[in-house]
Each structure stands twice: as C-alpha cells, then as structure tokens.
Design a protein around this ligand. Structure first.
Ligand SMILES: [Mg+2]
Length: 189
C-alpha cells in the first residue's frame, strides 16, 4: 500500500484507532443460528496487529451500530477497553470519545466501510477504508487498504500508522518480548 508523504505526516500524529466492526474487523457476514445466537468471524492477523498497536501505546476502540456478545468477547480477548455498541450516530459518539480521552480529532484514525461511517470518517484526522468498502466511502477516505475487511485490512491500517511513526519494528519487538515474558512468568508460577 502506497502512502503519500502528506498523509504519512498525519498518520504520524495518530494516538487513537477506532474501528467499525462489520465489514472492517469482520468480512461483514452475520451468521444467525437456530439457537438465536449470532456468529462473526475475526481475523487473527488483525488481532495480532491490534495487540502490537496497544503494546506500542496506541489507544484502540471499536464502534458498531449493532450489538452482540461476540464483539464484547473479541474486544476482551484483544484487551480493547472501549467497545461502543448500538451506536446510531457514529460522528457524535466519536466526538464524545475523543473528548473523554482529551484528544484532538487530528490524533484519531477512523476505519469504516459503509455509509453509516461517513460522518465519523469525515471528522477523524485520518480516514481509512478496507478494499471492499462501498464505493462512496472508498472515494472519500484518505487511505484504502489492499486487504479486505475482516481479512487483514485492520492489520494493514495498524502497520501504516506505526510505520509512519517510524516504530513498527520496535512495536513488534515490544509485543514479542511481552509474549516471551508471559511464558517466563508462567514457568515460575
Ligand atoms: Mg461496517
């Protein structure tokens, strides 16, 4: 993915990454079961990317118009503290979130794939969409990933931010060191 130098500067300022769920963290399919539950599929490479981002000190949030327990579960697994579900007005929710965090909007990247993300994407300092976002969104955003939603698009976005900040390698090293530390701690228990 080619990142223009003007955009690299804006990516370098990012401190908070906000991801839509359906079509961004998932391929956008919702599976209904006879038992009344809903299932979604998440990408492990996206998950690792989010862990790398958090380890490097970036804040991560997810924001979705729907509500389901699997989203909470996935967020818990990835230790994402801010999980905003059943959000009708994503732009308003984004404003409120950055206010709570004391961050200017220029320090926020928002990733979305459909029209209900449009206003939040307009607000954010950097707007990102997966390769299979709807055309209107792809035409609007600063960056379109090569990967599809739920298929590595989030990983690509995380990497673009950390690379623009010149700390992708150190972030990965920090993440891997944390894993090794966890093993050591387990052995000495
Ligand atoms: Mg979506």
């Amino acid at each position: 993915m080619k990142v223009p130098s003007e955009l690299r500067e804006r990516l370098a300022a990012i401190e908070l990454l906000v991801f839509d769920v359906d079509g961004v963290l998932t391929p956008g399919e919702i599976t209904y079961t006879d038992e009344g539950a809903e299932a979604k599929a998440f990408d492990v490479k996206d998950g690792l990317g989010i862990r790398v981002a958090s380890t490097a000190g970036l804040k991560v949030a997810v924001m979705t118009g729907r509500a389901s327990r699997v989203v909470e579960r996935r967020a818990r697994d990835l230790r994402i503290p801010d999980v905003l579900q059943r959000v009708g007005d994503k732009a308003a929710a984004l404003r409120k979130l950055v206010e709570e965090k004391g961050l200017p909007l220029e320090r926020v990247a928002f990733m979305g794939d459909d029209l209900n993300d449009r206003e939040a994407l307009r607000l954010a300092g950097v707007s990102i969409a997966p390769a299979d976002a709807v055309l209107e969104i792809r035409e609007q955003v600063d960056l379109v990933t090569e990967a599809l939603g739920g298929r590595g698009a989030v990983r690509e976005a995380v990497e673009a931010v950390l690379r623009a900040q010149g700390r992708w390698e150190s972030a990965v090293a920090g993440y891997l060191a944390g894993l090794a530390e966890r093993d050591r701690a387990r052995r000495t228990q």
